[in-house]
Design a protein around this ligand. Structure first.
Ligand code: ATP
Ligand code: PRP
Ligand code: NIO
Length: 485
């Protein structure tokens, strides 16, 4: 980590104060080591989309791998927060010994299903909540937004241009990685390329043209110093000066450069791109690509395509990297089971007046049910841990709230989605390469019916509870009601 104040700065304090306060309570009253199970899920798919793309696992592993309190962390907690010395000693020796199961990065996921499950001594599970949510909430949001853009551009290249507008430096770096998982082809961020091996790509800014005060001079200068050229043509007048200057420089430089494209960054991009295409074609440059940028998102891109815009490459910044139209995913981390004093696991529920918001108690697994004939998705099926829908001949699937919506599925495959990442504190999962994650995500989206994938008003994908899981939930609700009476 780049920090100039503390040489030993760590992520252990990247948590909310209340987590450490609760840890102290648990530790002082002998509950710190009770086994607990927490699950991460979100309640509503972002952007009114039909699904989300899960991202953030690699960063969670990096966080977990270095999770310990350093000298300066402990000194801070002693001096500023004045925690008692024996508790500080416990923190100093802190080591994560739990089990973490997670969706694979790039997985297509849905609302109300566990994405991550932490089974760990209570105080440990509590400490990591904030960082896990921080990571998953942002990265999943950006990967999903990227998938929405990918849906409308189809096979056109899309470039991530958002660093300058991102919510600070970390968001730019991990956001562009998430965008790559979700379908972007390259980033303008050089460090992200170095760190993750994402292809890097770029044109030039208006400042270059302003420096030379003239399109032709600026493009000529760039062409004399670069082989691959994409000229930004809209600084003064796109059609009268920008494109003619780009063509003039290309004619003069001939084979000395690869005249790859022009970029338009303002104006009516449907009209201008059509006129630009015409000018380039007439000048003998039918293969030169037209790049467009300027506050683009999936809605504007779809609209531009509908208008017949002649745009080949899309640069997307602000609206992707800031998740402009929905800046928070709202994933939560809820306790689903906790050991009692007798050493038995007691499942736990959170009630709400809104049926959709009542949590589902117990440690669970998520199964993706697909047709054995064509591999297409039937729905996700949440079971209590230990149930084996993969060994059954048929599956009764029903909506967990509107139970009259139901179906019986035969000849299916049931694939468990929560994979073990940490087992008793030890990393047991081989992190895939970023390329593999991206291609996995594409494959998983391919397996989803088109009706769930459209950007506007998608069909709700079934996320069902097994009968056992559903009955268990109802019993928990009843028990709590009796207790309250
Ligand atoms: N034909 C079009 N149909 C729909 N939206 C378009 C079309 N052409 C451009 N846009 C979008 O309209 C918005 C125009 O924004 P804005 O008014 O800031 O741009 P501008 O005035 O052309 O350029 P500048 O960035 O120099 O202010 C941008 O989001 C752009 O992507
Ligand atoms: O519009 P976005 O989707 O956020 O894409 C990134 C924007 O960043 C640049 O503009 P900026 O005005 O910052 O710099 P410039 O002088 O190079 O145009 C670029 O020209 C894009 O318009
Ligand atoms: O390379 C580009 O064209 C670029 C990079 C960052 C932001 N806007 C454009």
């Amino acid at each position: 980590m780049i920090d100039t104040i503390y040489q030993d700065d760590s992520w252990a304090l990247h948590t909310d104060l209340y987590q450490i306060n609760m840890m102290q309570t648990y530790w002082e009253l002998g509950k710190a080591d009770l086994n607990s199970v927490f699950e991460v899920y979100f309640r509503k798919n972002p952007f009114e989309n039909g699904y989300a793309i899960f991202a953030g696992l690699e960063r969670i592993v990096r966080y977990m791998e270095q999770l310990h309190f350093t000298e300066s962390d402990i000194a801070y907690l002693r001096e500023v927060q004045q925690y008692p010395e024996p508790f500080l000693k416990y923190l100093k020796d802190f080591k994560f010994t739990g089990t973490i199961r997670s969706m694979k990065e790039g997985e297509v996921v849905f609302n109300n299903e566990p994405l991550i499950q932490v089974e760990a001594p209570l105080a440990q599970a509590q400490l990591i909540e904030t960082a896990l949510l921080n990571i998953v909430n942002y990265q999943t949001l950006i990967a999903t937004k990227a998938a929405r853009v990918k849906f409308v551009v189809q096979d056109d290249p899309i470039l991530e241009f958002g660093t300058r507008r991102a919510q600070e430096m970390d968001a730019a770096i991990w956001g562009t990685r998430a965008a790559y998982i979700g379908g972007f082809d390259a980033t303008s961020n050089v460090r992200a390329s170095k760190k993750f091996g994402i292809p890097v790509s770029g044109t030039h800014a208006h400042s270059l043209v302003q420096v030379y005060r003239n399109d032709y001079e600026a493009f000529k200068a760039y062409a004399q110093t670069h082989q691959d050229c994409v000229f930004l043509v809209d600084t003064y007048d796109t059609l009268k000066s920008g494109i003619p200057s780009a063509i003039r420089v290309a004619n003069e430089m001939k084979d000395q450069i690869n005249f790859l494209g022009i970029r338009i960054d303002s104006g009516d991009m449907a009209y201008i791109s059509k006129r630009a295409r015409q000018q380039l074609d007439e000048a003998g440059y039918p293969d030169v690509k037209i790049y467009a940028s300027n506050d683009l998102d999936e809605k504007t891109i779809l609209n531009l395509k509908m208008q017949g815009a002649k745009i080949d490459v899309w640069g997307v910044g602000t609206k992707l990297i800031t998740a402009y139209d929905q800046p928070a995913l709202g994933a939560v981390y809820k306790l689903v089971s906790i050991e009692n004093e007798q050493g038995e696991m007691m499942d736990s529920i959170k009630l709400s007046g809104n049926a959709e918001k009542v949590s589902t108690p117990g440690k669970k697994q998520v199964w993706r049910i697909t047709s054995a004939d064509d591999g297409k998705s039937e729905g996700d099926y949440i079971t209590l841990w230990g149930e084996r829908p993969d060994l059954q001949d048929e599956l009764y699937m029903f909506h967990p709230v509107h139970t009259y919506i139901n179906k019986t599925v035969k000849n299916y495959l049931a694939e468990p989605l929560l994979t073990t990442i940490y087992e008793n504190g030890k990393l047991v999962y081989d992190l895939p390469t970023l390329k593999a994650i991206k291609s996995y995500s594409g494959q998983r989206l391919h397996d989803l019916w088109e009706e769930y994938k459209r950007n506007l008003n998608p069909e709700p994908y079934p996320v069902d509870l097994s009968e056992e899981c559903w009955k268990h939930k109802m019993k928990n609700i009843e028990d709590i009601r009796k207790q309250i009476k």
